[in-house]
Design a protein around this ligand. Structure first.
Ligand code: MN
Length: 415
């Protein structure tokens, strides 16, 4: 039980302690840990001597404007720091020294928590891959022969990963309408992809693959990701080399990294895999995460009139066919290394039931079943002014939830 006053419904309780980077009211920017409606500035806490007993924590662990330096220190240091934070925020003897370092989270502007060197996006939901296969290749087998053999993925654009709240300008690109010449125009098929991202903490050595069961030696924690997608740009450009400008205009991530240590009670077996994966993709323990995900959509009119957002999708992350451990093993199987701050995303999370699809192209079946919004309008894809909010949490009862917060973005007109 923390001595910090926690709102009953808080998803940032003492068992969570997610890490982020915030800009403070005075303009300083630095690493913070969330507890309830407050955040603890970590560089200040270290200067105050609160981490003095954490061996191997260098004096500059929380210096800098991103978490990369701390993440690079590895799982033993992460775990010791977490244990110390729990002690400091629980034992009332630490309250006098610690309380002045807490700030209301509403006074902070959250930033991208890590400097991202490399970004990979996977395609690991069986239901999403099957749905998209049916939509893009109606005449063939929806799953290509490689799909059950490897976690299919591509390298995305790290420099356009942005923090939640960053506006999403409608992208333009080459679009080929049926029976017409391709031309450069604003997308008419702006979509979302509900995903979970893994943030690399400790890097690996070039030439040395990571064993799947060693994923927690490298992955620091998870975030929510919205992989905004322009389906018409994607449809024209994707063959033969895969996604490019239909994805790279912007990718949003939630500001709080929920650590694998906090998520440990919610690690569960994933779905059965058939055929059995190759040896390098095999694990000896569970790696799926029982993580509830939601997507909310509101138009500008709805927000102006105070109408609550519509929940348009609900799905659990544990339904993913390939786990984050298998994805990391695959990502490094050729000897490619990972570095602190790298991000890899799960691919769109879609379940088997109607309403569990993590993208609009699936939810509306490419516009054939448009969504009805409370303001009387319909959506096949996103309109200017629309806001998409994705949320995630582990655990049922409020108060004991391990929450992810949210990742949000508002669509702005093309420029
Ligand atoms: Mn994606």
């Amino acid at each position: 039980m923390s001595w910090v006053e926690l709102p009953a419904e808080s998803e940032f309780g003492i068992d969570n302690l997610p890490y982020g980077v915030a800009r403070h009211a005075d303009g300083r920017q630095g690493a913070v840990v969330a507890i309830g409606d407050h955040a603890l500035a970590l560089d200040g806490a270290q200067r105050a001597g609160l981490f003095a007993d954490v061996a191997a924590l260098p004096d500059d662990a929380f210096a800098g404007r991103a978490l990369n330096g701390f993440l690079a220190l590895g799982p033993d240091v992460w775990r010791a720091t977490r244990a110390r934070l729990i002690d400091v925020l629980t034992d009332p003897r630490h309250r006098p020294a610690t309380e002045p370092l807490l700030q209301p989270r509403r006074d902070l502007v959250m930033q991208l928590p890590v400097q991202i060197g490399d970004y990979v996006d996977f395609y690991s939901s069986l239901h999403h891959a099957t749905n998209l296969g049916r939509l893009f290749r109606p005449d063939g087998d929806p799953l290509l022969p490689n799909w059950r053999r490897i976690p299919v993925g591509y390298h995305g654009r790290a420099g356009t990963v942005v923090v939640s709240g960053t506006p999403v300008v409608r992208p333009k690109g080459m679009i080929a309408p049926p029976e017409a010449e391709p031309r450069y125009a604003p997308t008419a098929a702006l979509d979302i992809e509900l995903e979970v991202g893994a943030v690399i903490g400790a890097g690996s050595t070039l030439g040395q693959p990571i064993a799947a069961d060693d994923a927690d030696q490298h992955v620091f924690g998870l975030v929510l990701v919205n992989d905004w997608s322009a389906r018409d740009i994607q449809a024209f450009e994707y063959q033969p080399l895969g996604p490019h400008l239909g994805k790279s205009f912007v990718t949003s991530m939630s500001p709080w990294i929920v650590t694998l240590d906090a998520l440990r009670p919610f690690v569960v077996p994933g779905p059965p895999q058939d055929p059995p994966p190759d040896r390098y993709l095999q694990t000896t323990r569970p790696w799926a995460v029982d993580l509830e995900l939601r997507v909310e959509l509101s138009s500008a009119t709805m927000r102006a009139e105070g109408t609550p957002a519509e929940t348009i999708a609900a799905v659990n992350f544990r339904t993913m066919y390939w786990t984050l451990a298998q994805q990391l093993a695959h990502l490094t199987a050729n000897g490619a290394c990972v570095r602190p701050g790298d991000l890899y995303a799960s691919g769109t999370v879609s379940g088997p039931e109607p309403g569990s699809e993590g993208s609009l192209i699936e939810l509306t079946w490419r516009g054939q079943r448009p969504l009805q919004l409370p303001d009387g309008t319909t959506r096949a894809f996103l309109a200017d002014g629309d806001e998409v909010v994705m949320r995630g949490w582990c655990g049922g009862e409020s108060g004991s939830r391990i929450g992810f917060g949210h990742v949000a973005g508002v669509v702005e007109p093309a420029r």
